[in-house]
Design a protein around this ligand. Structure first.
Ligand SMILES: Cc1cc2nc3c(=O)[nH]c(=O)nc-3n(C[C@H](O)[C@H](O)[C@H](O)COP(=O)(O)OP(=O)(O)OC[C@H]3O[C@@H](n4cnc5c(N)ncnc54)[C@H](O)[C@@H]3O)c2cc1C
Length: 448
């Protein structure tokens, strides 16, 4: 009995599933629609500028992923970032050390009233204990997600908390807004802030997926266009598109793509599950990489912009903080991440329109910036990050249970059943592989 296993998507979720299966003796085939691996964890080196195309950091809380980097011999490449965190308000910069609650409370950005309210919120978040575990929600968690973060904060707290704390937090951590995410998501994120430490991969975030890909059978530029079962308990037929369309038979399939893609390629999904996958809300995201001919040494790693000042930019990242060899000597690299509203509005606009809008705001923040531009690049992610709207943790929990009960030989990895973070996609990929190994055993198998 040879088990033929297909994995759809070579992002970090698909790669971790493939890596674990390969290590156990299986020979899975990974289908990837793009010409590169890593998906939202990919990077590119352009004239010595190392550009992260989406994910740019590994927080200390991503313990499994950090351990895995070490297992892959990348301990030295995983560097703590040197940066601070800044919020800009009316062109003025308020800087603190990332994760330093002491500096946070000294910051002049917040009024004394707001600071007292933030302490109250922190104590409240802490008192909620395990109810804030979004991956293992309880009854109380569902109660906490009945309201949006915006509604909760607007009705109970100083306006500063919504605009100066919650908005940047959602922009940075969920690529979204307090309106589109729940009170539960806000409190869960807030709880981790005081001990946040951030790591980066010195050679680019894509260096890990590229390393993993070396030992895997990956078919690049091979999009999966349709999956169907040949008989009730029979194998799956996978049709691929691209230059040489083909059909393949597999015994098990791991979907490691954003949720809304699943029903697009697998039509036989049951009603409730199909609805869940389709209804998962992802914020689209546009990021622009701006190479410039000067350094900005005194800047922070992460710079949050407030929506009262900037309608296009959400966060800007100064890449030299991610390691000494990220940017050529004497030059600078900025990753400007558009806020959710601008990403949505500009998603189908041509690159020059996007760049124009971004540079206008960069010039407001850093006068003369656009005059120093060497080259700009634009990256677009239709499925940027999962939005945890009111009620979505409850729906995710039900969908995870339904998946376990209803489907055999189909596995799901990636952020769609949880939230968007590298650790989640990595963990769910490993989890999918473990489920297959548990079902099919540890014996060595052969390829399709
Ligand atoms: C701008 C941005 C910044 C972010 N920053 C961070 C960060 O700093 N830290 C963090 O932890 N997380 C961050 N995230 C979130 C993180 O990047 C994602 O949650 C994670 O990378 C998702 O990995 P994945 O493997 O689940 O999905 P993906 O990376 O999306 O991989 C899915 C893969 O499937 C492929 N695919 C899609 N359809 C098909 C098909 N039909 N056939 C074959 N292949 C297909 C895609 O091309 C892709 O390669 C960020 C996300 C964005 C957009």
């Amino acid at each position: 009995m040879n088990a033929r296993i297909a994995i759809i998507g070579a992002g970090i979720a698909g790669l971790s599933a493939g890596y674990k299966l390969t290590k156990t003796g299986y020979e899975p085939v990974i289908f990837e629609k793009e010409a590169f691996v890593g998906g939202r964890m990919s990077s590119i080196n352009l004239d010595g500028f190392i550009i992260d195309k989406a994910a740019y950091s590994i927080p200390a809380t991503h313990k499994n992923l950090r351990r895995f980097c070490k297992e892959m011999g990348m301990k030295r490449s995983l560097v703590p970032t040197s940066g601070t965190y800044s919020t800009f308000s009316a062109g003025k910069e308020y800087k603190i050390k990332i994760g330093s609650s002491k500096q946070f409370f000294k910051s002049e950005l917040f009024s004394t009233k707001s600071k007292k309210e933030i302490i109250k919120l922190l104590l409240y978040a802490r008192s909620l204990g395990k109810s804030l575990n979004l991956a293992k929600p309880r009854k109380k968690s569902f109660k906490l997600e009945e309201q949006s973060a915006a509604e909760y904060l607007f009705n109970n707290y100083d306006k500063q908390i919504l605009e100066y704390l919650a908005y940047p937090l959602f922009c940075e951590m969920y690529l979204g807004t307090p309106e589109n995410n729940s009170k539960l998501a806000f409190l869960a994120a807030l709880k981790t802030l005081h001990r946040l430490k951030i790591f980066a991969l010195e050679k680019g975030m894509g260096s890990l997926p590229e390393r993993m890909a070396r030992t895997l059978d990956i078919r690049l530029q091979t999009p999966v266009v349709e999956i169907s079962r040949t008989a009730p308990q029979g194998p799956f037929e996978i049709k691929t598109g691209g230059e040489n369309p083909e059909k393949h038979l597999f015994d098990a399939v791991v979907f490691a793509v954003p949720s809304p893609i699943v029903p697009e390629i697998y039509a036989d999904l049951s009603g409730a599950l199909k609805e869940h996958f389709l209804a998962t809300l992802y914020a689209p995201s546009i990021i622009t990489a701006l190479a410039v001919d000067r350094q900005y040494p005194d800047t922070s790693l992460i710079n949050s912009l407030l929506r009262k000042d900037c309608r296009v930019l959400g966060n800007i990242i100064f890449d030299h903080h991610k390691g000494p060899h990220r940017v050529p000597e004497g030059k600078g690299l900025v990753t400007a991440i558009l806020c959710e509203q601008a990403s949505r509005k500009l998603f189908h606009e041509p690159n020059d329109v996007v760049i124009n809008e971004v540079l206008k705001e960069m010039d407001f923040l850093f006068p003369g910036f656009s005059g120093r531009l060497i080259f700009p690049r634009v990256y677009r992610w239709k499925y940027g990050a999962v939005q945890l709207r009111s009620g979505s943790i409850y729906k995710q929990d039900s969908a995870r249970k339904a998946l376990k009960d209803e489907l055999s030989d189909l596995y799901f990895a990636g952020d769609g059943l949880y939230w968007s973070a590298l650790e989640i996609s990595f963990n769910t990929g490993i989890q999918a592989a473990k489920q297959i190994i548990k079902k099919m055993g540890k014996r060595k198998r052969s390829k399709s």
